[in-house]
Design a binder for this molecule. Structure first.
Ligand SMILES: [Zn+2]
Length: 161
């Protein structure tokens, strides 16, 4: 078990955060943005960045090569759909995608939008970790959260209509 600190300040103890979220045990802030048979998209609970999406598999797997064919197809279609919605709804020009296999959570892909303010932390991918930490520590005020939630609502509508 490990303790996860949520962006609302509360802490929860879980075995696998991705399982807890995709099964509905933990309701991520802003709820489920989009869901398919195999995947579950939500705003990351700890990093308040507008339009940041975590796409998690519903199955407890670690690696890309564990995806079934149906999951592979679903994955690329969902990623594409979310990316399109980020562009059309929030005007997001660039997104960083990453997933890591040495994690205590299961298979999930981060979709991190690039914003102007992030240039203070570096030109490209080297800025991602500092940007995430900065968002968690400094962009966590009530207004920041409201903006994040507004963006999330817009994405949710775009993805589900
Ligand atoms: Zn899991």
């Amino acid at each position: 078990m490990r303790t996860i600190k949520l962006s609302n300040g509360k802490s929860v103890e879980v075995e696998c955060l991705s399982c807890a979220i995709t099964s509905g045990l933990i309701e991520p802030d802003g709820g489920v943005v989009y869901e398919t048979e195999h995947f579950h998209a939500h705003q990351d609970v700890a990093y308040p960045i507008k339009g940041l999406i975590i796409l998690a598999s519903k199955r407890h797997i670690k690696s890309f090569d564990e995806l079934t064919e149906a999951e592979q197809l679903d994955y690329i279609q969902v990623l594409t759909k979310i990316r399109r919605a980020q562009r059309q709804t929030l005007g997001i020009e660039y997104v960083y995608y990453f997933y890591n296999e040495d994690t205590t959570h299961h298979f999930h892909t981060w979709m991190v939008p690039r914003y102007e303010w992030m240039y203070d932390f570096g030109r490209s991918v080297e800025s991602v970790r500092p940007v995430l930490l900065h968002a968690r520590r400094e962009r966590n005020g009530e207004e920041d959260i409201q903006e994040v939630m507004k963006a999330l609502d817009a994405l949710e509508i775009a993805l589900n209509t």
